[in-house]
Design a protein around this ligand. Sequence first.
Ligand code: C5P
Length: 245
Amino acid sequence: MNKHLIVSLDLNDLGKIKDIVKELEGLVGFYKVGAIPFTYFGLDLVKFLKDAGCKVMLDLKYHDIPNTVARACEGAVQMGVDFITIHTSGGFGMLEEAVKATLMVSEAKKINKPKLLGITVLTSIDEAYFKDLFGDLKRNLDEQVLFLAQLACSAGMDGVVASPKEVRFIRKECGKDLLIVTPGIRPHGKIVSADDQARTMTPKDAIIAGVDHMVIGRPIVKAVQPRQAAESIIKEIEDGLRETA
Ligand code: C5P
């Protein structure tokens, strides 16, 4: 079981999701449930994964006023998920309320506290689009990612979601204890599509850069042979781990 790989179940077909989880048994034990599968299957899917002994990253990217996000986090804790994502651009007050609420409910209900991860800048956004979107922001994309990662740290969040290209400087500024989770991973090989991801890296380079967990969706769940695709990604991760040992 590879602890670095989180497979993103971005599918609207519950039968197919269950087939993939079964096919990846013994290889993958951590799944991301994001907006697509959660909107279709909700808690049933989370329960299915927990009953199968898997960890769950609930990636609903909360972004709202502090009270709304804090109460949503309380609900997520009670689902028994392992990671929860929140947009750091919701601001310090929102993040801090979420941290407090998560801790209080976990303690009160004696549930393992899920890790709170702050989304920095989506990996589908590149430098040019970032400038279009935010106009004359005094920070460039990298500086904005670092600013948001530091905001997450100062609010007491457990980790951040960023592109693998930003891992080194986040790690340098925020320290070794911050969990860094990265989407935007594309396996080595010319025939692999980046899809809508703009800031990408291979699994091997990402692990060398120091990511804790990498979230990979389409290269596995849309593959003709998902198990084979996952095996070859895990091999790349292991190659990277050997190089850093
Ligand atoms: O299919 P792919 O490997 O691109 O999937 C990446 C997953 O990571 C998607 O579910 C996407 O929503 C999620 N994600 C992302 N960028 C972020 C945060 C999450 O791509 N910054």
